[in-house]
Ligand binder design. Structure first.
Ligand code: PGA
Length: 248
C-alpha cells in the first residue's frame, strides 16, 4: 500500500460478474494518474480473478469484509483474513455501515476483524459515519469517536479510515465541504490521540462521490482519498474521479 498518495478505492458491494469485472479492470488498468493509489474492494468469489487481472499494474485488490474468527475452523460460510491474504488481497474494508446495519457489527466484533486483518498483513480500512438522525441531533462527532474507539490499544504505524456519513451513501446527497473538513480534522485528531503522534493516516471520504463532485471533495484538507460505491462500477466515472486525485 502507498501511504503518501490520495487513495481512490472502489467498493463494488454485491455487484459484478466475471465478464463485467474483466472489462472494468482492463479499462482501469489503462489509467495513468501518478497522484492516485487505486484500489478495488471486490466480492469474495471474484478476488482471485481481480488479483490476476491487476498483476501487471499498480491497482490493489481487497475484500469488503472478513470473518471475526481467525485463520480457519468450523464456521460455515465465513471467510477468514488468512484466506484473503492467501488469495492476494492487500486490504479489507471493516465495519462498512451496511455491515453495521444488516449484520449488527459492533466494536467488539470489528476489533476482532481488525486484529485478524493485521495479523495477516492486510490493511484494514475502518469505515465510520453517523446516520441522519444522529447528525440532526448534533451527535455526529460523538458517534464517530465511539466508532474510532475500536482502535484503542492497537500497535500500528499506519491506519486507514473511511468517513462515510450513512445518509450520503447511495443517496446522491453528499456531505458539504465544511461538514467533510470538520469531520476529517476531528478524525485525524482522534486517531493521533489514540494511536500516537507518529502514526501515518489515510482518511477517505465516502458517500455519493462521483465524477462531478470529486474535484471539490479531493481538494478538502485532510481528505486523503475517496471510497466510491456506485460510481466505481462504471469505468468512465471512476476514471474521472481518479483524474482528480492530487498530490498533497
Ligand atoms: P456510494 O457508496 O458511493 O454508492 O454512495 C459508497 C460506499 O458505501 O462505500
Amino acid at each position: 500500500m502507498i501511504w503518501h498518495k490520495q487513495w481512490i478505492f472502489g467498493n463494488w458491494k454485491m455487484h459484478g460478474n466475471l465478464a463485467d469485472n474483466a472489462r472494468l479492470l482492463q479499462q482501469l488498468s489503462t489509467i495513468n494518474n501518478n497522484n492516485a493509489h487505486i484500489g478495488i474492494a471486490a466480492p469474495f468469489p471474484y478476488l482471485l480473478q481481480a488479483v490476476d487481472l491487476v498483476k501487471n499494474n499498480s491497482i490493489v485488490i481487497g475484500a469488503e469484509d472478513c470473518s471475526r474468527f481467525a485463520d480457519k475452523g468450523a464456521y460455515t460460510g465465513e471467510v477468514s483474513a488468512t484466506m484473503l491474504a492467501d488469495c492476494g488481497a492487500d486490504f479489507v474494508l471493516i465495519g462498512h455501515s451496511e455491515r453495521r446495519t444488516y449484520f449488527n457489527e459492533n466494536n467488539e466484533i470489528l476489533r476482532k476483524k481488525i486484529d485478524n486483518a493485521l495479523a495477516c498483513n492486510l490493511i484494514p480500512i475502518l469505515c465510520v459515519g453517523e446516520t441522519l438522525p444522529q447528525r440532526q441531533s448534533g451527535q455526529e462527532t460523538a458517534v464517530v469517536a465511539e466508532q474510532l474507539a475500536v482502535l484503542q490499544g492497537l500497535s500500528v504505524n499506519h491506519i486507514a479510515v473511511a468517513y462515510e456519513p450513512v445518509w450520503a451513501i447511495g443517496t446522491g446527497q453528499v456531505a458539504n465541504s465544511e461538514q467533510i473538513a470538520a469531520m476529517h480534522a476531528f478524525i485525524y485528531q482522534e486517531i493521533l490521540s489514540i494511536l500516537g503522534e507518529n502514526v501515518t493516516i489515510r482518511t477517505l471520504y465516502g458517500g455519493s462521490v462521483n465524477a462531478n463532485n470529486a474535484a471539490e471533495i479531493l481538494s478538502i484538507d485532510k481528505v486523503d482519498g475517496a471510497l466510491v460505491g456506485g460510481a466505481s462500477l462504471k469505468a468512465d466515472a471512476f476514471a474521472e474521479i481518479i483524474a482528480h486525485a492530487k498530490t498533497e
